[in-house]
Design a binder for this molecule. Sequence first.
Ligand code: AN0
Ligand code: CP
Length: 324
Amino acid sequence: MKSFLNVQDLGDLGRALAEAQEIKRDRYKFEQLGRNKTLLMVFFNNSLRTRLSTQKAALNLGMNVIVLDVNAGAWKLETERGVIMDGDKSEHLLEAIPVMGSYCDVIGIRSFAGLTDRAYDYAETVFNQFVQYSGRPVFAMETATVHPLQAFADLITIEEHKKVARPKVVLTWAPHPRSLPQAVPNSFAQWMNAADVDFVITQPEGYELDPAFVQGARVEYDQMKAFEGADFIYAKNWSCPGVTSPEDYGKILHDYHTMMHWTVDAEHMSWTNNAHFMHCLPVRRNMIVTDDVIEAPTSLVIPEAANREISATVVLKRILESLK
Ligand code: AN0
Ligand code: CP
C-alpha cells in the first residue's frame, strides 16, 4: 500500500477487519516487520489520539518514530506554488517534503482543511504533494477531506458491538461554536457505505456532504425520524461543505444557540433502539452530546479511541509489507 486515504486502499474490507482482530489478540505479532524502519509523523494541526495511537502502532511493529510539529519549532512552511515568499514563511513545502522523505521510510500527515478554498481542499493538495515529492508511502492522519484511520477504528468498534447482522447506523450533525472540517463525516460515510450496515445521515439543510462520500446513502432531514430504530448514533459537527451553496464553504450557517435542539441528549437517545453513542473525540460536552449520554454504559467513545491503535497497526503493517 503506497498511500492511504480511502477505504478502497485497504482492498477487501472483511479481510482488513479480520486482520484487526488478529492484531487485537496479539498486537506485537508483527514486531519484526518494522525493524530499522522509521515512521515520520508530520502534524500541521493539534492531536491527542492520532499522535499517541499511531506512535503506539509503530512501536507495536518495531518501528522507530520521529514526530514533527510544524507549528512548534519548525520553519513556517509555504504550501502554495508561485507565491513571492516575503512574509513570515521561511521555507517551501516543495523543499521540505523531499528533505523529510530522506530521513524516513513512511510518512503520516495531519493537515486539516483551510476551509476557505474548496477546490484546494477537495483536491487534497497538501497530501498529494507529499505523495508526489517525498518518495515514501504516505498515509492520512486527517487530511483536508478524510480521516480514514478514524473511520476504520469506528467500523472495528461497530463490528465488535453490533447485536444484529446489519445494524442501523446514523451519522448526525450536532452544534459547535467553531467551524470544523468535513473530514470525519466524509470518511465515516465512505466507510459505512462500504460496510454491511443500514446507513442514514441526518443534518440541517445546507450541511449536505459531498456526493462523492454520501454516494447512495439515505439522507433524512428530520433528526427524530433518522434516529428511530437506530443501533448506533455517530455524532459530529461539520461546517458547510459548500455543495448546495459554494459561497458558504467552511462557514457555520446559523448561530449555534439556535441549533441546540440538535445536541444528542437522553430524549434523542430514547427515539433509538437503545443505541450506542459514538464520537471520534475531542468532543465538547453539552454542545454535541450531554454529560449523561456520553457517560452512559452504551457510550463507545473510549473503546472507539482505543481501536485507533488497532486501525493504525493494520495500516502501518500493510505499508511495511509493501516496502519489501
Ligand atoms: C477536528 C475535526 O473536527 O476535524 C478533529 C477531529 C478528529 N476537531 C476539532 O478541530 C475540534
Ligand atoms: N479523533 C482524533 O483524531 O483525535 P485527535 O485529533 O486528538 O488526534
